[in-house]
Design a protein around this ligand. Structure first.
Ligand SMILES: *[C@@H]1O[C@H](CO)[C@@H](O)[C@H](O)[C@H]1NC(C)=O
Ligand SMILES: *[C@@H]1O[C@H](CO)[C@@H](O)[C@H](O)[C@H]1NC(C)=O
Length: 845
């Protein structure tokens, strides 16, 4: 606290104004509120409650005074030294370097500065006294002083004040559990009245507005008019103050002011544009709901929306017309308002109505705001000083065309990034899901051994005989004829499809490789290049394998195709000598095998969504080419399976089943490789297309193949939502020691603790800002006044789209009643909130 005294002594010696009579006297200026705050906190830890109250109350009072004085000084100085009249005796001003006009301009600037400085100095003391650190400002924004105050008041038994302080603090800290407990406790105490729960920081314009809205919703129109009118008056006075307070010091915003070197006009521009930006943002500041980051959408215009309808209901048509016209200044295209105005005018008489104009104060406001925006956009375009228009009503052409185009591009980029992030999130989701699935692996082990569905099919080897888990070898899954037909299909397709027979194997230079997918085969069939019958057989047999595996592994949810490939590997005779490699190296199907580490990493680029794999063998007239399972080291072979026609080896696609294919040293080895997923989102797109293609072909298909894989049973989704906190909060019993209002949790008054707390608070604040937009929109919807249609759309039922057409309809109808502005607030509110609810449900699913 000595810091401040030091500054005072120093500055007083340098710049003596405000201190001329008693140079070292704090009373000459207002006591700085950060000093008072510190004193109060110090007193708190000493348990000196009276001192807490005295200092904290004064801190709050002085903060208010600083604010008021600054606004007042700037406003009244502006009044005294405005730039309005021309310089006397000079005639038409011709500005130029050092011209009289320039001089008189700067003369006014100097006078204004002098005016503001002496005005503030007189009332507050030297400006540096009230330079408050960001940390303390944050405490005041968070309304922390009221937390100290409520404890202190409680201790000296000033219950009504304690309640008001607690309530005030809680408004800005709705997540503060202790304070909520305290409030619950206070509520049950004898002698506490409902009226004690006051928000001491409430801003008059918002209070009036919310009260007006409350009455409006209750159809209490006459009193709601009073509150909305009060709100408008208070709004403009708050706006004036907010704007005046924007005329503060230049905010270097992080960069080193020592390196800032701008010439006179650039420096003035930089500062002035910053001020203008701040002034424009008063719209946001004023629309902010108490104790939250949420704002009322289109705040100022909405006042006149509420007002016009309230006046109408109070049968004051003059005022209803005035307010409609005022609203239309902001939104001239608003159909409903245009209709309302037409209705009011017709009711009152067109002549009379024509004489009523929109409110002057709003006309002035819009004119000024638009001019500001123009300057800001100019600075944006020319100097790159960003400006984001906070208003919804600004006509498009206020923003320069170039900027509009630039913003369009930026928006598109932003949309693309958002989409990419969305995809990334989906992938992460999938990974998490799969991880969860992994942990459920144990139950899968127990589950295998279900029916194989077909009498012919035999279980030749189980996990046990294959020395692992999630493994099976089935025989006679397809017949000799079917094997031959698919084998032929592969070779014909390879020849017809590619024009040459096979390609070098991607896995081994000693082999050729050819492959065809179901869709490719069907397309070739459609073109007559392969027998359509064979292509269909390929489709049907792969489906058979899928069903058998689903059943054998007793899966609770359907298995979906992820990829299907009919592949043949052929030995290149002249490349077999001294061959040591495998036909297909050891790998796992849904993770990246790192054999050196005995690890398998389930991350992209691995196909992490794969859950089961199967290979359907078509022949055995080749040498080598045995299928093998190994340990994670990719060396220790745990089981070997010899291919043969009609044999299927099926296995879990995870790290439990590293596998490979031994070198094919002679002949051609053909098989259908099938990968499956339990996640319908990863269903093979080709498969769906293939199905569609099959449906187009004339011959009827087995009905079960018509089942679309894109119609899965919706998976049950677990909700990770924690139970509401309220349920877990024990309600304190009155009089119990434990239930007394909690003191600040940081009982120890050491500085570190304090810093930590405010860090936490910062994180909280940031968190809040990141709230999903959907919620915000839903709230905004609710905040909108119920539509005040001149034409009731009785014809259409609900509200919503197409109001133009309906309006014309009703106009033609003679029924007078139907062209009344109506207010189906109840209906609409339910509609709006149920829409919002279902949106929320979607989010949670
Ligand atoms: C500005 O000056 C006029 C006339 O001198 C006065 O009526 C008005 O109250 C002044 N406004 C402020 C904010 O001082
Ligand atoms: C399983 O391991 C045993 C013992 O090592 C081995 O004899 C047997 O051949 C293995 N099973 C298969 C299918 O390879």
């Amino acid at each position: 606290m000595y810091r401040f005294i030091g500054i005072v002594v120093l500055t007083v010696n340098l710049i003596p104004y405000g201190f001329t009579d008693t140079p070292i006297n704090l009373n000459a200026g207002l006591e700085p509120y950060d000093l008072l705050f510190d004193n109060a906190v110090e007193a708190y830890y000493k348990g000196d409650w009276i001192s807490v109250i005295l200092n904290m109350e004064r801190a709050l009072r002085n903060k208010g005074t600083v604010r008021r004085v600054r606004a007042h000084c700037r406003l009244s100085c502006a009044n005294q030294t405005d730039f309005g009249e021309p310089v006397p005796g000079v005639g038409v001003p011709i500005p130029g370097s050092g011209s009289v006009e320039d001089l008189s301009f700067f003369q006014k600037i100097l006078k204004r500065a002098d005016c503001v400085n002496s005005c503030e100095g007189e009332k507050l003391g030297h400006p540096s006294l009230h330079k408050i650190s960001e940390a303390v400002e944050l405490e005041f924004r968070k309304r922390t002083p009221y937390n100290y105050l409520q404890v202190a008041y409680f201790k000296i038994n000033k219950l009504d004040k304690a309640v008001a302080a607690a309530h005030t603090f809680y408004q800005a800290n709705p997540d503060h559990l202790e304070m909520r407990q305290n409030l619950d406790y206070y509520r049950m105490m004898a002698g506490v009245k409902e009226t004690d729960f006051k928000d001491l920081e409430a801003r008059p314009h918002m209070e009036e507005f919310l009260e007006g809205k409350r009455l409006y919703s209750a159809d209490d129109f006459a009193p709601s008019v009073d509150h909305f009118e009060g709100a408008v008056t208070e709004y403009f006075s708050a706006d004036l103050e907010c704007r005046a307070l924007c005329e503060g010091a230049y905010d270097y915003d992080g960069y080193n002011y020592l390196e800032y070197s701008a010439d006179l006009f650039q420096a003035m521009t930089d500062h002035y544009i910053q001020v203008l930006n701040c002034k424009q943002n008063c719209v946001v500041d004023l629309a902010t709901l108490p104790g939250s980051d949420k704002t009322v959408e289109d705040f100022l215009p909405s006042h006149f929306n509420y007002l016009q309808f309230s006046y109408y209901n109070a049968e004051n048509y003059e005022k209803a017309i005035e307010c409609s016209k005022t609203y239309l200044l902001f939104h001239p295209e608003d159909e409903v308002m245009v209709q309302n105005l037409a209705f009011y005018s017709a009711t009152l008489g067109e002549d009379k109505a024509a004489g009523i104009t929109a409110r002057e104060v709003v006309q002035q406001y819009i004119k000024q705001s638009l001019l500001e925006k123009e300057l800001l956009y100019f600075a944006y375009e020319v100097f790159g000083i960003t400006f984001v228009d906070p208003d919804k009503w600004t006509p498009t052409d206020v923003m320069p065309l170039k900027l509009r185009e630039k913003q369009k591009v930026e928006r598109e980029t932003a949309a693309r990034i958002t989409e990419e992030i969305g995809n990334l999130m989906k992938e992460i989701e999938t990974l998490v899901e799969e991880k969860n699935k992994d942990s459920g692996e144990l139950s899968k082990v127990v589950r295998e051994g279900g029916s194989v569905l077909y009498d012919d099919i035999t279980v030749t080897m189980t996990s046990k005989s294959l020395n692992g888990s999630q493994r099976v070898v089935l025989d006679n899954v397809i017949t000799e004829d079917e094997c031959r037909e698919l084998h032929r299909l592969s070779n014909t397709a390879a020849m017809m499809g590619d024009g040459y027979r096979g390609k070098p194997s991607p896995h081994s230079p000693s082999e050729m490789f050819q492959g065809v997918t179901v869709l490719k085969a069907l397309k070739l069939g459609q073109e007559g290049k392969v027998p359509l019958k064979s292509a269909r057989l390929f489709f049907e047999l792969s489906e058979k394998v899928r069903k058998v595996l689903e059943s054998y592994f007793r899966l609770e949810t359907p298995l979906y195709f992820s990829y299907t490939h009919l592949v043949c590997r052929s030995a290149i005779d002249e490349k077999q000598e001294g061959r040591e490699d495998l036909s297909h190296p050891v790998h796992a199907d849904n993770c990246l095998l790192v054999s050196e580490l005995n690890e398998c990493i389930k991350e992209p680029p691995a196909y992490t969504h794969r859950d089961y794999s199967a290979i359907l063998y078509l022949n055995d007239d080749f040498e080598g080419g045995n299928f093998l399972f190994s340990e994670l080291d990719a060396k220790t072979v745990t089981a070997v399976v010899r291919p043969q026609c009609g044999r299927v080896v099926g296995f879990g696609a995870g790290k439990e089943n590293p596998h490979g294919v031994k070198a094919v040293t002679k002949g051609q080895r053909c098989a259908v490789a099938l990968w499956f997923t339990l996640d319908p989102r990863h269903t093979e797109k080709e498969r769906i297309q293939a199905e569609d293609l099959l449906k187009m072909f004339s011959s009827p298909l087995d009905a079960e193949f018509q089942r679309s894989p894109s119609e899965p049973k919706p998976k049950p989704v677990q909700s990770d939502q924690p139970a509401t906190e309220t349920a877990e909060q024990p309600i304190p019993e009155p009089g119990k020691q434990a239930a007394k209002p909690k003191q600040k949790s940081a009982e120890k008054a050491d500085g570190k603790q304090k810093v930590k707390q405010s860090d936490k608070a910062k994180a909280k604040a940031a968190e809040k800002k990141d709230k999903p937009a959907a919620k915000k929109n839903a709230d905004a919807k609710k905040d909108k006044p119920p539509v005040k249609k001149a034409a009731a759309d009785k014809s259409g039922g609900g509200g919503g789209g197409g109001s133009v057409a309906k309006a014309t309809d009703t106009k033609q109808r003679p029924k007078a009643k139907s062209s009344e502005p109506h207010k189906d607030s109840q209906e609409r509110r339910t509609e709006a909130s149920s829409a919002a609810d279902s949106e929320k449900d979607k989010d949670e699913l």
